[in-house]
Ligand binder design. Structure first.
Ligand code: PL3
Ligand code: FE2
Ligand code: FE2
Length: 231
């Protein structure tokens, strides 16, 4: 109950809260939907891990259903058009990489960037969520750590031959994440989530992932902050 002490009252029924929630909820639903599709695509590209990846994609469908229920519970209609635009650039980059058979880039976009983004967002959301959404999000975030782990393990096992492609994919995609965060900053604050906390948690998760894969501290510093100043 610690978190109730220093937390100001949040009116989950206010029009201001519900308006912001219509976009944030849509982003999360769209993110889970895209994650579902991305793991199915990865299952095609990495046929030796097909069963695992199909299992992951099914988990993403369940997450999507959970967050749809969170919106319904607050009587909010998610703005899916907004959410598709929010993900458009990462979506396009994943599609292009998949079409070229670039598994390393696909794994970096989905299992590292998107999962770390999700873990950061869900961790920051849990203490300020309504009770219904908190329970759902707590269940989801546990799964996301296992999705991140899949990417880490595969990339660690193929580190030397993946390194150059990881660097390039990071350079292309990390700046997009900072832009996405900026575009959701005001709505996130309405939900009592601070951008600084989201950035910090993302950098911690992403840095740890890069470390687990095999990058040096020096590489991690350079890679994990790439493009943040320009955003
Ligand atoms: C992968 O399994 C899921 C991908 C979801 C990505 C979500 C990114 C959310 C960023 C928006 C910041 C506010 C989040 C609020 C949390 C309910
Ligand atoms: Fe998910
Ligand atoms: Fe996931």
């Amino acid at each position: 109950m610690q978190q109730l002490v220093d937390q100001p009252e949040i009116d989950f029924k206010s029009e201001t809260y519900k308006d912001a929630y219509s976009r944030i909820n849509a982003i999360v639903i769209e993110g889970e939907q895209e994650a579902h599709a991305n793991y199915l695509k990865l299952a095609e590209l990495l046929s030796e891990h097909q069963d695992d990846l199909i299992r992951l994609s099914k988990m993403e469908s369940r997450h999507k259903k959970g967050f749809e229920a969170c919106g319904r519970n607050l009587q909010v209609t998610p703005d899916m058009q907004f959410a598709q635009e929010f993900f458009a650039q990462l979506h396009q980059n994943f599609q292009t990489a998949a079409a070229e058979g670039k598994v390393v880039t696909c794994l970096l976009i989905q299992s590292l960037i998107i999962e770390c983004f999700a873990i950061a967002a869900y961790n920051i959301y849990i203490p300020v969520a309504d009770e219904f959404a908190r329970k759902i999000t707590e269940g989801v975030v546990k799964d996301e750590y296992s999705h991140l782990n899949f990417g880490e393990v595969w990339l660690k096992e193929h580190f030397e031959e993946s390194k150059a492609e990881l660097e390039e994919a990071n350079r292309q995609n990390l700046p997009i994440v900072w832009k996405m965060l900026n575009s959701v900053e005001d709505d996130a604050r309405t939900l009592a989530m601070e951008k600084e906390a989201l950035v910090e948690d993302f950098m911690i998760q992403y840095g740890e992932a890069l470390s687990n894969i095999g990058f040096s501290t020096r590489d991690i510093m350079r890679l994990s902050a790439y493009g943040i100043k320009a955003a």
